[in-house]
Design a protein around this ligand. Structure first.
Ligand code: ZN
Length: 117
């Protein structure tokens, strides 16, 4: 497995709840996202994403993570890998697609989302 470490360097982001921009850093989230295989090796992206504090007191959500362009929030697969899974699943369906994706090292089971606060 290839592990690639990414670090978000954004200085601010728009709140995902109310849209208000914030640059008050609350902490760092570590996201593990699986990506397309590279030369037969599975690829796992370890992304450190900044979490910001929302200044809007009217909303319940107090913190939010900066968005990543390669995966939606809470998504464990990159959008590229998600697209390949959908295309292979539609073309082959069920078990054959699972076998092919496993053979191509395009499966993800242990990726997740951790909060380091
Ligand atoms: Zn907000």
């Amino acid at each position: 497995m290839l592990t690639v470490s990414l670090r978000c360097q954004c200085h601010g982001a728009a709140c995902t709840g109310c849209g208000m921009s914030s640059s008050r850093i609350h902490g760092i989230d570590e996201r593990q996202i699986h990506d397309l295989a590279c030369h037969g090796f599975r690829v796992c992206l370890h992304a450190n994403v900044r979490r910001f504090r929302c200044a809007n007191l009217a909303f319940d959500r107090q913190t939010f993570a900066a968005p990543l362009s390669l995966a939606m929030p809470y998504q464990r697969r990159s959008q590229r890998l998600q697209k390949v899974h959908a295309q292979v699943g539609l073309a082959l369906s069920g078990l054959p697609s699972a076998r092919l994706l496993r053979h191509q090292n395009c499966v993800c089971k242990k990726a997740g989302y951790k909060t380091a606060a």
